[in-house]
Design a protein around this ligand. Structure first.
Ligand SMILES: [Zn+2]
Ligand SMILES: [Zn+2]
Length: 156
């Protein structure tokens, strides 16, 4: 894992690029919210028994859902009612309020990274970043010490 220390304001954040090797750490996102506090983890779509992060996708021509595995490092994603066009940049929205997740950075591919918050107070110091480009699997984990990640072995 490659990581850099970002100094924003008066707190230090750890920004990590999530790699497939991270799957070995058995870390699962157990909380994930939009900026309005809506929970995006849903049992409707699960990955190895873990509720998926289900997001609304919006492009010029279509609207559908994307569910992402909550297991850190697991690249599995499921599209629902959305025709996957690799390279297309889409809006990633909350499935409850339909508001786009806030952009916090630019991805190496030129599209933007949006923040999915891992605590209900919608702090950019505790979030998961995913890219708006279909087919780009770049994702990041931005955390403080108290990020709530649980080992898979303690779940179920
Ligand atoms: Zn929402
Ligand atoms: Zn990207």
């Amino acid at each position: 894992m490659r990581f850099a220390w970002l100094k924003g304001g008066h707190q230090t954040q750890q920004r990590e690029v999530i790699n497939q090797e991270d799957i070995a750490k058995n870390q699962v996102i157990r909380e994930c919210y939009c900026h309005n506090g809506h929970d995006v983890l849903t049992d409707q779509i699960s990955f190895n028994g873990h509720p998926g992060l289900t997001l609304k996708l919006r492009s010029q021509t279509q609207e559908g859902l994307l569910s992402i595995s909550p297991v850190i490092g697991d690249r599995e994603r499921k599209f629902l009612d959305f025709e996957r066009r690799p390279g297309e940049v889409v809006e990633i929205c909350c499935p409850t309020c339909s508001e786009p997740f806030p952009v916090y950075n630019q991805c190496d591919c030129g599209a933007h990274l949006v923040a999915l918050f891992t605590s209900p107070n919608a702090s950019f110091s505790q979030c998961v970043g995913i890219c708006q480009r279909i087919g780009c699997l770049h994702s990041e984990l931005i955390s403080e010490r108290n990020l709530r990640l649980y080992s898979r072995t303690y779940y179920f």
